[in-house]
Design a protein around this ligand. Sequence first.
Ligand code: BV8
Ligand code: ZN
Length: 243
Amino acid sequence: MEKNINELKEIIASSKRITVLTGAGISAESGVPTFRGSGGIWRNYQVTDVATPQAFARDPELVWEFYNWRRDLINKVTFNPGHKALVKLEKHVNDFTLITQNVDGLHREAGSRSLLEIHGNLWEVKCTKCSLLTMDRSQNMGKLPKCSQCGGLLRPHVVWFGESLDPDIIHKAIEASQNCELMLIVGTSGVVHPAASLAHQAKAGGAVVAEINIEQTPQSGQMDFVLTGPAGKILPMLVENFN
Ligand code: BV8
Ligand code: ZN
């Protein structure tokens, strides 16, 4: 591991364009449960019951119960050294893009700016009638929150399974993956598409790809570096030479 970290630190120091892809694992040390690991969210909730448009049409109260539970939980936590290390990296790299699958807003809260939230943001709500998009940090939006403008039912502005990602955002994410020198893939199980294909796109574009995870993933075999350990410990080590 030691060799890997030092080698990777040199590549980071000499890379002009770095892209990072994060998943739920980078927020785990903040106390946000992941989806698929031990204690994962999907253990208590059926994805199909709470994270699809069909689920919302069938039982919007259940879906809002799920998202209010996550709002309440995430309201109580804050970013961790892993998020902060990526803010430091962004300051030292010529051309930096952070792509996140997370909807918790912790990268933005930590100070990341060149950020693509490809699955949306838990704190944004969209009216299902007039499409008004608003940022609402309330801990609990209530059973069936309504639009202040037209009275329509609000939904979390996140991408559910079976929904397409914002074409402009995913285009930018693919471009940043295909044209970087180095891609760090942090805290993701690599099973959700199209995010899971970005590491492959980076490799195809000639980038060095490095996985940071507490365990092996189905993508570990295609990585140039596999750093096994918590993101909150490894990421600060990778950027410790930057002031
Ligand atoms: C779409 C928002 C077109 C809501 C989420 C191609 C092939 C196969 C399937 C598909 C495909 N194309 C489409 C699909 C279907 C589907 C899909 O991928 N299904 C999978 C599950 C098989 N994809 C879609 O539907 C996507 N839409 O493609 O549009 C289309 C349109 C119509 C019909 C068909 C296609 C939309 C996907 C977006 C879904 N929305 N979230 C919300 O969050 O509430 S996805 C959800 O999973 C979260 O966003 C989460 O971030 C994401 C991915 O999970 P991870 O982030 O990886 O988290 P996970 O828990 O899985 O893993 C955590 C990792 O961290 C673990 O590896 C663990 O070891 C590690 N870890 C833990 N602690 C630490 C750590 N690592 C480091 N340090 C630690 N301390
Ligand atoms: Zn409305």
